[in-house]
Design a protein around this ligand. Structure first.
Ligand code: A3P
Length: 324
């Protein structure tokens, strides 16, 4: 049985399942892998929706928490590595850095993936301040205390064509079988995917970042790939850990970029047998590092499909100032 099916069975039968009654009443769409549920304008797999509902009820943000928000497959692993390397740079040198032995997904938790269904938040309560916590939740579903406390948020997004292709590969890895790319693509274009519609996820964070640029740092994968050192400096300042002149002269930003590069991290996580355990989700370490390229979509979907998705996204983002 695939891991996803085992997980679904376990979740459905858990007496601690949170929000199960409500979820059963939500609009639902069957997909080739498993059903998605529409909750407050976004689609979710049941296992994550239960956790999101749980967080809405239990999560208490602290004013100095930093939230790394992403739509899946847009650069979460990279952003986690960079944030960890920047904020811990005084503790390690590059030769013995924990990121060479620990997966970026292990050093910063994704709260909506990892919160246990009994609501026990010990795994994040013991983190030293300022806590860095990741999430795939849309802005409108973040627990209220995050905005009440004025927590800073870093959001990273990516060209939707590459995000789709990356997600399609990851789902194959996760579900143990390759879903039909055309079916997946049509659903993506309809907005029906976990944490989707993709464009609404981006738009919510984008609009808020325009109004509150001191609270939300909005990043694009493609721009970071082009000028990583520049963006690492921006990120460090936003995280409250700017590089000093001395550090810049000594090439520390460049060192952070090298340590967190696709080449270094994929090399350190190349094992095909080692896994990362994230809550009830178990994924091969190497699955988070596929190609790490901009524009890889051309190798997987036709130009016509690319144009179709571009047109949809352009229409959805019209007037917002956000472009891909
Ligand atoms: P591809 O599938 O296009 O290669 P996430 O971390 O949100 O799951 O996103 C995964 C995507 O980011 C994958 O894209 C992965 O290869 C890429 N990625 C992972 N680590 C990276 C890094 N250090 N630098 C650039 N891209 C990275």
């Amino acid at each position: 049985m695939s891991q996803a099916k085992e997980e679904r069975r376990a979740t459905n039968s858990s007496p601690e399942s949170h929000g199960t009654d409500l979820i059963s009443k939500l609009p639902m769409r069957e997909t080739p892998s498993e059903p998605l549920f529409l909750y407050k304008n976004f689609w979710f797999r049941r296992i994550f929706l239960e956790r999101i509902m749980l967080l809405e009820a239990t999560f208490k943000a602290r004013h100095d928490d930093i939230i790394l928000a992403t739509n899946p497959k847009c650069g979460t692993t990279w952003l986690k590595a960079l944030s960890f390397a920047i904020t811990n740079r005084s503790h390690y040198d590059s030769g013995n850095h924990p990121l060479l032995t620990r997966h970026p997904q292990e050093v910063i938790p994704t709260i909506d993936v990892e919160i246990p269904l009994n609501g026990d938040l010990t795994f994040i309560e013991k983190l030293p301040p300022p806590r860095i916590l990741a999430t795939h939740m849309p802005l409108s579903l973040l627990p209220e205390s995050i905005s009440i406390q004025g927590c800073r948020i870093v959001y990273i997004c990516r060209d939707p064509k590459d995000a789709f292709v990356s997600r399609w590969h990851f789902m194959s890895e996760f579900f143990g079988e390759k879903p039909d790319i055309n079916v997946g693509f049509n659903m993506f274009c309809e907005g029906v995917l976990g944490y989707g519609p993709y464009w609404d996820h981006c738009l919510e964070y984008w609009r808020e970042s325009v109004i509150k640029s001191d609270r939300i740092l909005f990043l694009k994968y493609e721009e970071m790939m082009l000028e990583p050192v520049k963006f690492v400096k921006v990120l460090a300042s936003f995280l409250g850990a700017p590089f000093t002149g001395e550090e810049e002269d000594a090439g520390v930003p460049e060192e952070v970029v090298r340590l967190c590069s696709f080449k270094t991290l994929s090399g350190a996580n190349s094992s095909q047998t080692e896994v990362v355990q994230r809550g009830s989700v178990v994924v091969k370490k190497s699955a988070y590092f596929r190609r790490g390229k901009v524009g890889d979509w051309v190798n997987h979907i036709s130009e016509e499909m690319g144009r179709k998705l571009d047109d949809i996204v352009q229409e959805k983002l019209k007037g917002s100032g956000l472009v891909f």
